[in-house]
Design a protein around this ligand. Structure first.
Ligand SMILES: [Zn+2]
Length: 395
C-alpha cells in the first residue's frame, strides 16, 4: 500500500472555497480539470482548474479518475492490489464507485460521451449499464480475478442496465444511404396506460414482422435493384445445397431508452397526443424518423400473420407498423393510389384486420428512398408538423 502525496497544480487559486473539478491521479501528480470524454483506452481532460487545455492521458498512466472533486491536492489511498490468490488469468477492468452507493461495480469497458452519460460493460455478465456522470464518484483501472467478483453487482437506481442479447447477422450499419433502414435494429417500448392484453414481446414481434415484410419485398425485387441493394440481399442470404435463407434485419427490444434506434410509444389511455379531437387516429409516425405512436385507447390492436384469425373490429398491429415504418423511412402517404399500396391510408383503413405486405409500387418507392441521403430524426423525437397519421374516416 502506498500513500500518494498529490502535487498541486492549482496553487494560484485565490478564492477561499475550492472550485470543483475532475481529478486525474497519476503516479506522480494530480491533474485537475474537466473530463471531456473517456473510453477504455484513454481519458481526455480539459486541464487546469478552469479547464483550458486539452490533454489525452492513457489509462496505463492513471491510478484513479475522480469526478467533481475539490480542485486542490488531497491524499489518495489506492485499494490494496495483488494480495488475493487467483487461480486464473487476471483481467484488466475498471472499478466504478458511485456517489450514493457504497458498493462498487467492476466493468470491462467504460465510456463517457458528450451527452454526459457514463456507460460501462459489466465484467461479470456483459450487461451494458448507463447513467448520469453526476452519480459517478470515481473510475479506477484494476486487474481483477474474474472468479473473485461477487455474483450480484447492482448499479444505483438512476442507472439503466441492459442484459446482453444476441441476434443473427445483426448490425446497426445502414443498408445504403438512408440511415434509417439498418441491418438490425433495437426498439424501446414506452407504455402509457396498460397493454390491453398484449405483451411487450407481441409488440416487438409485430415490429419485426413489419420490418421483415419490407425487407422480403425488397428481396423479391432483387433483379431490378441497384448493385448496393443486391449486395445487401446477397450478404443476408445463406445458401445450402438446395435452399436459400434470407435473414431480414433482426429487431431486439431494449430495456434502456438510450440503447434504442427506434421508440414505440403505446397509448393505452388517452394521453397528450391522441386527444378527443384525434381519436380517429390509429397511429402516427415521424416522417424520416424513428418514432411510432400507437393509439391503443381507441383501437383494439392484435397481432397475427394469419388474416383469417382476427375479428373484424381488430386492428392488426403488423399492418399498422408496415404503414408507419414506410413513413419512418421517408415515404409520404400515397392517398387514392391507383395501384394497391400500403402507403395509401384508405387501403390500410379498409383492411385493418388483415396482414398487408408492401406491393410492387411500394417496393419501387422504398428502393429509391434507400438511395437517398436521409439522416432522420433521433429516436423518441416527435413533432406533429413532421409526422403522418393513419386516421379512420368518419362515416
Ligand atoms: Zn400515413
Amino acid at each position: 500500500m502506498r500513500l500518494i502525496q498529490v502535487l498541486n497544480s492549482c496553487l494560484l487559486l485565490l478564492v477561499p472555497v475550492p472550485l470543483l473539478a475532475d481529478g486525474v491521479i497519476t503516479a506522480d501528480a494530480t491533474k485537475f480539470g474537466r473530463i471531456a470524454s473517456l473510453d477504455s483506452a484513454k481519458v481526455t481532460l480539459l486541464s487546469g482548474c478552469a479547464g483550458q487545455q486539452q490533454e489525452s492521458i492513457p489509462w496505463s498512466d492513471i491510478l484513479l479518475v475522480s469526478f467533481d472533486t475539490r480542485c486542490a491536492p488531497y491524499p489518495v489511498i489506492p485499494d490494496p492490489a495483488g494480495l488475493e490468490k487467483c487461480s486464473e488469468q487476471r483481467v484488466h477492468g475498471f472499478r466504478i464507485r458511485f456517489t450514493n452507493s457504497s458498493a462498487p461495480f467492476v466493468a470491462s469497458k467504460v465510456g463517457l460521451d458528450a451527452s454526459g452519460k457514463v456507460r460501462f460493460v459489466s465484467l461479470k455478465d456483459g450487461s451494458l449499464v448507463s447513467g448520469p456522470r453526476k452519480d459517478v464518484k470515481s473510475v479506477q483501472p484494476v486487474e481483477v480475478c474474474p472468479s473473485a467478483l461477487s455474483g450480484e453487482q447492482t448499479p444505483p437506481t438512476s442507472f439503466c442496465s441492459e442484459a446482453a442479447q444476441f441476434a443473427v447477422n445483426w448490425s446497426l450499419d445502414p443498408v445504403f444511404n438512408n440511415q434509417i433502414f439498418t441491418k438490425g435494429t433495437s426498439i424501446y417500448l414506452e407504455t402509457i396506460g396498460n397493454l390491453n392484453g398484449l405483451s411487450p414481446e407481441d409488440i416487438r414481434f409485430a415490429y419485426q414482422s413489419a420490418l421483415s415484410l419490407w425487407a422480403i419485398a425488397l428481396q423479391g425485387a432483387r433483379a431490378s435493384l441497384e448493385a448496393e441493394l443486391q449486395k445487401y440481399i446477397d450478404q443476408s442470404t445463406a445458401r445450402g445445397g438446395n435452399f436459400a435463407l434470407f435473414t431480414p434485419p433482426q429487431v431486439v427490444r431494449v430495456n434502456c431508452a438510450d440503447n434504442a434506434l427506434a421508440v414505440v410509444k403505446w397509448y393505452g389511455e388517452r394521453g397528450d397526443i391522441f386527444t378527443v379531437q384525434r381519436r380517429d387516429y390509429v397511429a402516427m409516425a415521424q416522417v424520416e424518423g424513428r418514432t411510432v405512436l400507437l393509439n391503443a385507447n381507441d383501437n383494439v390492436f392484435m397481432v397475427s400473420r394469419n388474416d383469417a384469425s382476427l375479428p373484424q373490429a381488430a386492428v392488426n398491429l403488423i399492418s399498422v407498423f408496415v404503414h408507419e415504418l414506410g413513413h419512418s423511412f421517408g415515404m409520404p402517404d400515397r392517398a387514392h393510389s391507383s395501384e394497391a399500396s400500403v402507403m395509401d391510408p384508405d387501403y390500410v383503413i379498409d383492411n385493418l384486420n388483415k396482414t398487408l405486405s408492401p406491393t410492387p409500387v411500394d417496393v419501387r418507392a422504398f428502393a429509391n428512398l434507400l438511395k437517398a441521403s436521409i439522416e432522420g430524426s433521433a429516436p423518441g423525437v416527435f413533432n406533429t408538423e413532421g409526422c403522418a397519421g393513419l386516421r379512420r374516416r368518419h362515416i
